[in-house]
Design a protein around this ligand. Structure first.
Ligand code: NFS
Ligand code: SF4
Length: 640
């Protein structure tokens, strides 16, 4: 079987020049440790490492007496902590950049979306009267930063959730208090000899995940919109074919637009362009990998070179003059990989260095200056290019579906509203909405599950909203063009897409932008007609090819927000039937959402479609209503 559904990947894999790829290393790793894969390996203290025998023959408790469910729950909660920390620390950097924009205009940051600033300031109870934009921005940045170290809650953005949802969190005692506090408390409760009840461990797991989705990630998304603009529909291109033969290719890879936005400015700078021409290049071609690519795609229409599993292959084209990385999802192999080609790899974050790799520290205060310094490295490296092998494959897409964009697209710019969406769900043209998100994983053929799952969903009249590497996967397969509705969508969804002129699959951004989906779901509840909580909505979530701790945090905050969420590949919980059943069954009684795991896209789709059907039945919108013509008899009965 081919490694990927993407021909660009399969082509480049055939011609490796000695640098090992993620697929080769994955194969060399087989067989992988079964205890770890099942979630029942513990190395939290040094009486261990301990493992539970899933066949019931060997040890059933660790040296300290920890059961399988305690070990699995602690591991799971720690994954949430890792993921929530990553998203939230990103949010913190954005808040710092907003503060920098106010205090040091020379740094290069500007406030782009004042309407959003006023709105966000409102959530922080900042008085807007008689204040300058800069003062409001300063107060907003300081208030956002305070959310991280806050000791008593609730986090301010929690107020955006439907009341019924907030009451559930209140009752369970899982309303997040402070972003950092919830993450630290997981680490405390899961260290040796503290919380020994899987249900109680997971209450904190849920609270920390909510501090991510409705906290750190939402701070990142909203403040990025203030600084760099709220996305609206924009055309772009995707896949390795976007690399240029005759221009300087710069690939930004990682997550924080605080860096990539400045590279965008620097790459368009006249002085830089002139320098590029002086080296024989026709210009500067900026593209991206992973979520930082999604960020600049949504705001500038800048091309995406690929998703997570394509990072090495971008270098293997021989056409990348510099790859600029910041934080998260950057493979440790890149340093060695780039040594096989002319590509200059540059790390930029004080939090993320790599052995033997050039480091240019990017600071918010000298943002634009540093960005130019980095762009210069790429330009200087252009003449060193050897043979170039750029696959032809690339695809058009329309991206930029922020919650606000969906609002205006459906309701018109003067009366933005979710009413048309809700109406179309109620009348059954659209059966429901699915969020399909997350990573790639070499354990499963690249992009296959994303594309097949999403095709199945839209064929069943389910509108799909995407973020992250999953969004890039479906964009490459042509699912994010308005024409895709005609080709792939069911009759009802097709009709809606054609009327509005939108694709059946909406790209909403990076992984922190999953917070946009939370806001959209809340808006659907508020708009009315679909119940009074997120758990009443005919919606479902999926991460078909996940690999990162961040995906677990995202999955958990969707579940804790009331959404049925199915993961592919596997989940490290199957070594404890008790903990597995807790996630897959018991949670639904607590929070109205639950986890599931299915190996194939067909099974994932079936579970999601079934869930959406059940929710429609419960809402009483499952059957098409027949129009009844009242006769005199019936009218009389109505009056009585
Ligand atoms: Ni999300 Fe984005 Fe991709 Fe997975 Fe990594 S880039 S933050 S974690 S691999 S989707
Ligand atoms: Fe083993 Fe318990 Fe230590 Fe974990 S905490 S390594 S189960 S002794």
């Amino acid at each position: 079987m081919e490694k990927s559904i993407d021909p660009a990947v399969n082509e480049l894999l055939k011609k490796s020049n000695g640098a090992s790829t993620v697929w080769q290393r994955a194969e060399a790793m087989l067989p992988q440790c079964g205890f770890g894969e099942l979630g029942v390996c513990c190395r939290i203290c040094f009486m261990g490492p301990c493992r539970i025998d899933p066949f019931g023959e060997g040890p059933q408790v660790g040296v300290c007496g920890a059961t399988a469910q305690v070990i699995a729950a602690r591991n799971f909660a720690r994954m949430i902590a890792g993921g929530a920390a990553a998203h939230s620390d990103h949010g913190r950097d954005v808040a710092n950049a907003l503060l920098t924009a106010v205090e040091n205009p020379d740094a290069g940051y500007r406030i782009k979306d004042t309407a959003k600033l006023y709105k966000v300031a409102g959530y922080f109870n900042i008085d807007l009267k008689n204040k300058k934009v800069n003062d409001i921005a300063r107060e907003t940045a300081i208030a956002a930063l305070a959310e991280f170290g806050q000791q008593t809650g609730p986090l301010r953005f929690i107020q955006r959730a439907p009341q019924a949802r907030r009451e559930i969190w209140q009752r369970l005692g899982i309303t997040p208090r402070g972003i950092d506090r919830e993450i630290v408390e997981i680490m405390h409760r899961t260290t040796m000899g503290v919380d020994q009840e899987h249900t109680n461990i997971m209450l904190q797991g849920m609270r920390a995940s909510l501090a991510d989705g409705w906290g750190g990630s939402m701070v990142a998304t909203e403040l990025q919109d203030i600084l760099f603009g709220t996305p609206s529909p924009i055309r772009g291109q995707v896949n390795l074919g976007v690399l240029s033969e005759n221009e300087v290719n710069i690939v930004v890879h990682g997550h924080e637009p605080v860096l990539s936005e400045m590279i965008v400015l620097a790459a368009r700078d006249e002085e830089m362009l002139a320098l590029a021409r002086s080296k024989g290049a026709a210009g500067i071609n900026l593209t991206g990998i992973c979520c930082t690519a999604n960020e600049i795609l949504l705001r500038h229409g800048i091309a995406v070179a690929g998703n997570f599993l394509q990072q090495e292959l971008a270098v293997a084209t021989g056409a990348v003059d510099a790859m600029i990385v910041d934080v998260q999802c950057i493979m440790a192999s890149l340093g060695e990989f780039c040594r096989h080609y002319h590509t200059k790899l540059v790390t930029t974050s004080p939090k993320a260095k790599m052995d033997g790799v050039t480091h240019i520290e990017f600071t918010e205060h000298e943002a634009l200056e540093k960005a130019k310094e980095i762009v210069k490295i790429a330009i200087e490296n252009f003449p060193n290019r050897g043979a170039v092998d750029i696959p032809k494959h690339k695809m058009d897409l329309v991206a930029g579906f922020s919650h606000e964009a969906i609002l205006y697209m459906l309701g018109g710019s003067f009366r933005g509203s979710y009413t048309p969406l809700n109406d179309n769900i109620i009348n059954g043209r659209i059966k429901g909405v699915a969020g399909v998100v997350g990573c790639n994983n070499p354990k499963t053929p690249h992009d296959v599950a994303h594309v097949e799952l999403v095709k199945e969903l839209i064929a069943n009249d389910i509108l799909v909203v995407q973020t992250g590497c999953s969004g890039i996967a479906c964009a490459k397969s042509g699912l994010m063009t308005p024409e895709a509705a005609v080709q792939f969508a069911g009759p009802g969804l097709k009709q809606v897409c054609e009327t509005v002129g939108m694709p059946p699959v909406l790209h909403s951004g990076s992984c922190v932008d999953n917070s946009r989906i939370l806001v959209a779901l809340s808006e659907m509840v508020t708009t009315g007609g679909l119940g009074n909580d997120i758990s009443d909505l005919p919606v479902a979530g999926a991460a078909p090819e996940w690999m990162s701790e961040k995906a677990i945090s995202i999955g958990q905050y969707f579940v804790a927000s009331g959404v049925f969420t199915v993961f592919g590949v596997g989940l490290p919980v199957f070594g404890s039937p008790v903990f597995r059943d807790y996630l897959f069954k018991d949670l639904e009684k607590l929070v109205g959402g639950s986890w599931a795991m299915e190996k194939t896209p067909a099974e994932m789709a079936a579970r999601m479609i079934d869930h959406i059907r059940k929710k429609r039945e419960k809402l009483g919108i499952s059957k098409a209503k027949e129009r009844v013509l009242y006769d005199m008899e019936m009218r009389r009965e109505l009056v009585v």
